[in-house]
Design a protein. Structure first.
Length: 209
């Protein structure tokens, strides 16, 4: 298989862009979007696509628990146990003053919901994959079915705009994305989170966060 990739050399984690994916990689990306119910492929999957054989192997192992709702149930339980801080709600008047229309706000909420959903699932799934690769016994081989939470009702697909490339961002917006991306990390060159770049369609919203 010949792999063609668009690599952002400014990001310490190279990844295959969805637009540049071909062949088996493109097919797996499409399956990930379909099974997860979102219109974006998270960075971790796109990075695995850079490693020969890694994405087909990882997705082959994790697709069944994704598809049957096991990972979704575990991720929902994880989110339910988090004690998250209460952030002030931006009033509608402030959003309007920032130039955000009702459709903009709806799309922003979809983006946040999509990343909130898929990031929690990825944490659960990849932790399980790491344990499996280390030789841990799969739960269905060492526990009864009563130990596994029933999968929740599947959510409908979340519609998202395309993830813009770094080249599509103005210098000011790119700097804003990088500034937000540095929050919460001690690394000199942190991984560039896709979510901030996805929200770069609305610089006024990012400036208010």
């Amino acid at each position: 298989m010949t792999l063609r990739a668009s690599v952002n050399m400014n990001d310490p984690v190279p990844a295959v862009t969805e637009a540049a994916a071909t062949g088996e990689i493109a097919e797996i990306f499409a399956d990930i979007r379909r099974v997860l119910g979102v219109e974006v492929v998270n960075l971790i999957w796109r990075h695995l696509a850079m490693i020969p054989g890694a994405l087909p192997t990882a997705w082959g192992i994790l697709r069944p628990p994704y598809a049957d709702g096991t990972i979704t149930a575990a991720a929902s339980a994880l989110r339910g146990e988090l004690d998250l801080p209460r952030l002030p709600v931006l009033p509608a008047a402030a959003l309007s003053a920032a130039g955000l229309l009702a459709d903009d706000v709806r799309t922003i909420r979809n983006i946040l919901a999509a990343y909130n959903k898929t990031n929690a699932m990825a944490l659960v799934a990849l932790s399980a994959l790491s344990l499996r690769l280390d030789g841990a016994t799969p739960i269905h081989e060492g526990a009864s079915s009563h130990d596994v939470a029933p999968p929740p009702v599947a959510l409908g697909p979340i519609s998202l705009p395309p993830l813009p490339s770094a080249a599509e961002l103005s210098a000011a917006t790119a700097e804003l994305v990088l500034t937000l991306n540095r929050f919460g990390t001690r690394r000199e060159h942190p991984i560039l989170a896709s979510m901030y770049r996805h929200l770069a369609y609305w610089p006024s919203y990012l400036r208010n966060r």
